[in-house]
Design a protein around this ligand. Structure first.
Ligand code: GDP
Length: 417
C-alpha cells in the first residue's frame, strides 16, 4: 500500500508538470539556454585571431577509462571557459588519440597549439600566452569555479528550469565535446535499427570486473531490476505500458543471459558483443570505443537510468540525458553514490525543515542550515556535516534541498580562490 501510495504521488507530481501549461516554455527555455552555451563554447574555441588568442593546454595522459578521461577534458574545458582561454588538447600520448578524432568533431576548426611560444604552468598570469593545466588531482591553487559552481549569469534561469543545474551545466560541456561526425551519427542510427531501440525503455548500466577490486561494491542484477519494476509499475498507473524493456550495458557479458532467463517478460535490448569489447584487454581498441559510444548513447536516450554513480560511465550517460531533456534530474536511480564530479569542490544541502535528533547517529537541523553532503544512504537519510553546528551525522533527506552554488566568472584571466 505504501509503495502504491508513493507511486501515485509521483504520478500526480509528474502530471502537474504536464498540465501547468509551461511544458512548451520549458522546452524552449532549455533549447535557448543550450544554444547560448554551445555558441559561447564555439566562439571560445574559434577566436577571430586565433594566433594571438590565449590558450589553455590540457595533456591527455591519465591512465584511466573513457569516462574518467572525458571528465578530465570537461574539467579542462570548464577552466578554459572560466578563464576565457581557447582549450587545446595534447593527444600525443592519449590511448584514444586518433580513434577519438575519427568519431568526434575537433574542438576547434583546424586551430592548434601556438608554436614557438613559451608555456607557463598553472595558474600563470593574465599575460601568459599558453598555460598548462595539470589534472584536477594535482592542480594548485585549485580554481574556485569548479563544480558544484555554475556560472552566475546562467544560475537564475537554470534554477527555475532544472532540478540539478550542475548536471545540466556539465551536460552542456559534454554535449560540445561529443559532437559526432557524420559517420558516427550513421553508426548510431544503424544500431538503433539493429537493436530495435524503442520506448518505453529503462537504461540499466551494470559495472563489474575491475571496478569491484577496490572502487565499488557488487550489486546483483535483481537489485537493479527492483527499480526497473518500480519504474514500470508507476508508468502502468497511467496505463501506458504494453511491453517492458531495458537497455542493458555492462562490462560483464554473462548478464545478458541472466537477464533473459530471469526476466522473460522483459525485452532485453543491447549487445553482448559490445559488452565483450568492454573487458580490460580490449578497452582501448576502436571497436571498444565505438561500442562504448553506442552504450552511452542509448543509456542517455532511455526514459530512466538505473546504475551506480560510482561509475564515471553511468554519470556521463546521466549528464548527456540532462542535455536532451529540459529537466532529467529525477530520471535516475543510483545504487550507490549521489551525483558528483571528480575533484569537485563540495556539494551543499540547505535545510528547509528543522530536525531534532532521535538518536546519537543523527544531527539537528535549523531551517537555513547548510550541510556539506557526504552521501545519501537511500533509506530516507543522508549523511553530512552541519556547517553551523560542525556536527557530522545523519539527517532526513526530505528536510533539505540542494543548495545551488554559483559564482561570477569574469572571463578576464585567472581568478583563483
Ligand atoms: P568507471 O571505471 O566505471 O568509473 O568508468 P570509466 O569510463 O572511467 O572506465 C570504465 C571502462 O570500462 C570504460 O571506459 C569501458 O571501456 C568499460 N566499460 C564499463 N562498462 C561498460 C559498458 O557498459 N559498456 C561498454 N561498452 N564498456 C564499458
Amino acid at each position: 500500500m505504501v509503495g502504491e501510495h508513493y507511486r501515485s504521488l509521483l504520478k500526480d507530481v509528474s502530471t502537474l508538470a504536464e498540465v501547468d501549461n509551461y511544458s512548451r516554455w520549458r522546452q524552449q527555455e532549455s533549447e535557448t539556454l543550450s544554444d547560448l552555451v554551445q555558441n559561447r563554447l564555439e566562439e571560445l574555441q574559434n577566436p577571430p585571431n586565433w594566433f594571438t588568442a590565449k590558450q589553455l593546454l590540457c595533456k591527455l595522459e591519465k591512465g584511466c577509462g573513457f569516462g574518467c578521461q572525458l571528465h578530465h577534458i570537461v574539467y579542462c574545458f570548464i577552466v578554459a571557459y572560466s578563464t576565457q582561454r581557447m582549450l587545446v588538447l595534447d593527444y600525443k600520448h592519449w590511448v584514444y588519440g586518433d580513434i577519438w578524432q575519427e568519431i568526434f568533431l575537433p574542438l576547434s576548426d583546424s586551430k592548434t597549439l601556438l608554436k614557438n611560444v613559451s608555456i607557463d604552468q598553472w595558474p600563470g598570469n593574465q599575460d601568459s600566452q599558453i598555460i598548462h593545466l595539470p589534472p584536477v588531482d594535482y592542480v594548485y591553487p585549485k580554481p574556485y569555479f569548479l563544480p558544484q559552481i555554475i556560472p552566475d549569469d546562467l544560475a537564475e534561469r537554470l534554477t527555475v528550469l532544472h532540478g540539478d543545474p550542475i548536471v545540466w551545466w556539465i551536460g552542456q560541456i559534454v554535449k560540445y565535446l561529443l559532437r559526432p561526425r557524420k559517420s558516427t551519427i550513421n553508426l548510431l542510427n544503424d544500431y538503433a535499427k539493429k537493436l530495435k531501440f524503442q520506448k518505453p525503455i529503462v537504461g540499466v548500466h551494470i559495472r563489474r570486473t575491475d571496478k569491484l577490486i577496490s572502487e565499488a561494491q557488487l550489486h546483483t542484477l535483481d537489485e537493479y531490476m527492483v527499480h526497473v519494476e518500480n519504474y514500470y509499475k508507476q508508468k502502468e498507473l497511467s496505463g501506458e505500458v504494453n511491453q517492458k524493456r531495458i537497455y542493458l550495458a555492462t562490462d560483464e557479458p554473462i548478464l545478458f543471459d541472466e537477464a533473459k532467463r530471469k526476466y522473460p517478460e522483459y525485452e532485453i535490448v543491447g549487445s553482448d558483443d559490445i559488452s565483450k569489447t568492454a573487458s580490460l584487454r580490449n578497452r582501448n581498441s576502436k571497436n571498444a570505443l565505438q561500442g562504448l559510444i553506442v552504450d552511452i548513447h542509448f543509456l542517455s536516450l532511455s526514459d530512466h537510468l538505473v546504475c551506480t554513480f560510482s561509475s564515471q560511465l553511468c554519470r556521463i550517460a546521466y549528464e548527456i540525458m540532462n542535455s536532451l531533456y529540459p529537466d532529467a534530474s529525477t530520471r535516475y536511480t543510483s545504487l550507490d553514490d549521489i551525483y558528483y564530479f571528480g575533484g569537485q569542490n563540495y556539494r551543499l544541502n540547505e535545510a528547509v525543515l528543522s530536525h531534532k535528533t532521535n538518536n546519537q547517529y543523527e544531527i539537528d537541523l535549523q531551517v537555513g542550515d547548510q550541510i556539506y553532503v557526504f552521501g545519501n544512504h537511500w533509506n530516507g537519510y543522508s549523511k553530512g556535516k552541519n556547517l553551523r553546528t560542525k556536527r557530522i551525522g545523519l539527517y532526513p533527506t526530505f528536510k533539505v534541498i540542494p543548495k545551488i552554488q554559483s559564482a561570477k566568472i569574469t572571463g578576464n584571466g585567472v581568478k583563483i580562490s
